[in-house]
Design a binder for this molecule. Structure first.
Ligand code: SF4
Ligand code: SF4
Length: 97
């Protein structure tokens, strides 16, 4: 089994590292990763005191907001999100093909 690689415009190989998960305990919800990702992968979600996701943004129980990998299928594996994250929240994976 080989690791999936791509080519740059100049023909050099590179290995995409796809966003797999974000550590909800480390994430401060700053939104930097969301701004830099152009592929509709990430979503900021509200969380209550029990650590459960809450869909109603007006809910009084909201404790904090954390980024989530809502659409991993859209990720191109560029790694920009983890490079800009100040809290080292990301786990990325290579793909075997
Ligand atoms: S690796 Fe790139 S495409 Fe994937 S979530 Fe991060 S910034 Fe978006
Ligand atoms: S850049 Fe890091 S700390 Fe900020 S929202 Fe994204 S995952 Fe959370």
């Amino acid at each position: 089994m080989a690791v999936l690689t791509g080519l740059t415009f100049g023909g050099k190989t590179w290995t995409p590292k796809f966003a797999q998960s974000i550590d909800e305990h480390k994430c401060i919800g700053c939104g930097r990763c969301f701004k830099i990702c152009g592929h509709d992968v990430l979503l900021l979600r509200a969380m209550n005191e029990e650590g459960e996701f809450v869909d109603d943004e007006d809910d009084d129980e909201i404790e904090k907001k954390v980024m989530t990998v809502a659409h991993p299928e859209n990720c191109i594996g560029c790694g920009a999100c983890s490079r800009i994250c100040p809290k080292n929240c990301y786990t990325h994976v290579e793909l075997n093909n």
